[in-house]
Design a protein around this ligand. Structure first.
Ligand SMILES: NC(=O)c1ccc[n+]([C@@H]2O[C@H](COP(=O)([O-])OP(=O)(O)OC[C@H]3O[C@@H](n4cnc5c(N)ncnc54)[C@H](OP(=O)(O)O)[C@@H]3O)[C@@H](O)[C@H]2O)c1
Length: 322
């Protein structure tokens, strides 16, 4: 597993980030410990969590299972829901208690929302850096203009800037290729991608026309059925390509991401340690340009706009900006 610089700093992080959203949910504490140990044994140091996951349970479990290895990890967590200044500080204090640490490495705003007070938010994020409760701050799900605008506010005030943006990115959701990834290269911002295997659809877990596996997120997440229907042909071609090239589909999905300039780390999320091997194998494998183009072409997802579908009202209302 290679290491890379975190944004424009000298701090080294693993090229793969371990997602822990399933800890305490589909993975119990023992399995979560096995997942963490397996990832660390492969050289993973970057670990992603959030106060929201399991309403704090995920951080509590992590707090217990990282004992003795805290110093070798780069841990990122996120504010619970709101972006209000006082809450940003309180939510971080709660996370530090649950994680049983004095400091995290990265503290992120989880979601933007209409009416958010940007100066207040950026000032509070600066305060937690100055107080030594986090080394760096960042965000998730921010469109490019909002990220740039927040960092202008930080620059004008001499405050800590957002160094990382965490976004959904995979063969089907490619909107960030329009603005965010080129901007990240220009501004040297760390971009981490969630949903790299599209909830299991790019891991060979679901087959078009077949019943959903009993023990799967497809049983509870309606997006899986709708994506499976919409891109049935693409998934079939994708799975055949993986089989023909002796690859696990998850390995192919993550290897495809690694070709994207501007993307720093895929966030690999699993519900068991045995699922990890396939994605980890992607970090020893480079797709050729021709293979990349062929795999991209399986899905009719030519990029037309940047993730606008997630926030349809933004087209008509810019009240998000304070
Ligand atoms: N900032 C945000 O807003 C945000 C949002 C979502 C996630 N995240 C972060 O991103 C991480 C990844 O998100 P995600 O879990 O939604 O990722 P994902 O890549 O879309 O899906 C992971 C799921 O795919 C299936 N899978 C993975 N590897 C597999 C394999 N080898 N074989 C078969 N199935 C496999 C598993 O489903 P089953 O459990 O059904 O087996 C697993 O739970 C999370 O842990 C979290 O840290 C951040």
């Amino acid at each position: 597993m290679k290491t890379i610089n975190f944004a424009n700093t000298d701090v080294q992080i693993s090229e793969m980030c371990l997602g822990t959203m399933m800890f305490g949910q589909r993975a119990d504490e023992n399995e979560s410990a096995r997942i963490l140990d397996t990832a660390v044994a492969h050289g993973v140091t970057f670990v992603d969590t959030a106060a929201m996951y399991g309403d704090g349970l995920c951080e509590e479990i992590l707090g217990r299972i990282i004992r003795g290895m805290r110093d070798q990890l780069f841990i990122g967590t996120k504010v619970m829901k709101s972006t209000e200044g006082a809450w940003i500080k309180e939510s971080l204090n709660n996370s530090l208690k649950r994680l049983q640490v004095e400091q995290v490495d990265l503290y992120m705003i989880h979601w933007p929302h209409e009416g958010m007070q940007l100066e207040q938010m950026m000032s509070a994020l600066n305060d937690v850096v100055v107080a030594g409760k986090t080394r760096f701050v960042g965000c998730c799900n921010f469109p490019t203009w909002l990220l740039a605008h927040c960092n202008n506010i930080a620059e004008q005030n001499g405050w800590a800037k957002l160094m990382c943006n965490q976004i959904p990115y995979n063969l089907v959701e490619r909107g960030v290729e329009v603005e965010l990834l080129p901007y990240a290269v220009a501004a040297d911002i760390c971009i981490t991608s969630y949903r790299p295997v599209l909830l299991g659809l790019l891991a060979g877990k679901y087959q078009p026309g077949q019943p959903l596996p009993e023990d799967s997120r497809g049983q509870v997440d309606g997006r899986i059925v709708s994506w499976l229907d919409k891109y049935a042909d693409g998934f079939q071609k994708f799975n055949s390509f993986a089989q023909d090239h002796g690859m696990h589909p998850a390995q192919l999905a993550v290897a495809w991401q690694r070709k994207s300039k501007g993307l720093s780390c895929p966030i690999v999320g699993v519900s068991s340690a045995s699922q990890l091997d396939a994605s980890i194998a992607a970090f020893d494998f480079d797709l050729s340009d021709a293979q990349y183009d062929e795999v991209t072409g399986f899905f009719d997802t030519a990029v037309k706009e940047e993730s606008g579908g997630q926030f349809p009202n933004w087209r008509r209302s810019f009240s998000i900006v304070s």
